[in-house]
Design a protein. Structure first.
Length: 179
């Protein structure tokens, strides 16, 4: 796993081979962050990373200046890896929640986040419900951005606040902007 840019840019962390997480590719991540950078300023933003996996997106957000990042990950080994990387980076700006994303969404702070990123397993039966739960849950602040990573089989363009769709190889992002 590589952090692309910012204060931790070019740092690499070896992800255990036993991990089932599918990290966002560097190519897709770099392009996505260029798009987000044109929509908003990372500096001082509060972010939420749902289905955090390896923490790749969480650490990229921190590296680029987010004030706080909450990473939600259910898998114990993945959560431990995220905690280990946070210790190595000597950051206390990461709040790690080890638990179920859908349970977390019910108790998350209303209008608590400027950026929300979700990368559920593509095989997750509830995947099509994630954007609706996030957007109707009122978690995103005004002018906030919600990014949903998904396969090409999903189309979220009819949902409220849909802004744009981007595809980088087999990785697809639906971007929502609360205006």
């Amino acid at each position: 796993m590589r952090i692309i840019s910012g204060i931790y840019g070019r740092r690499r962390f070896e992800v255990p081979a036993s991990f089932s997480a599918r990290p966002t590719t560097d190519f897709a991540k770099e392009n996505l962050f260029n798009v987000i950078n044109n929509l908003m300023d990372f500096e001082g933003a509060d972010a939420l990373d749902l289905f955090a996996g390896t923490g790749s997106i969480s650490f990229e957000l921190l590296s680029r200046g987010c004030r706080r990042v909450t990473a939600v990950e259910k898998n114990a080994a993945h959560a431990s890896f995220i905690a280990k990387v946070a210790r190595e980076l000597k950051t206390d700006a990461l709040d790690l929640v080890r638990g179920d994303v859908f349970r977390y969404l019910k108790s998350a702070p209303k209008e608590g986040f400027d950026i929300i990123f979700a990368d559920p397993p593509y095989s997750l039966p509830e995947l099509p419900e994630v954007p609706t739960r996030v957007l109707e849950g009122g978690l995103l602040r005004v002018d906030g951005v919600f990014i949903m990573e998904h396969s090409k089989a999903n189309d979220f363009s009819a949902l409220p606040y849909f802004h744009q769709h981007r595809a980088y190889g087999s990785v697809n992002f639906s971007i929502f902007r609360r205006t």
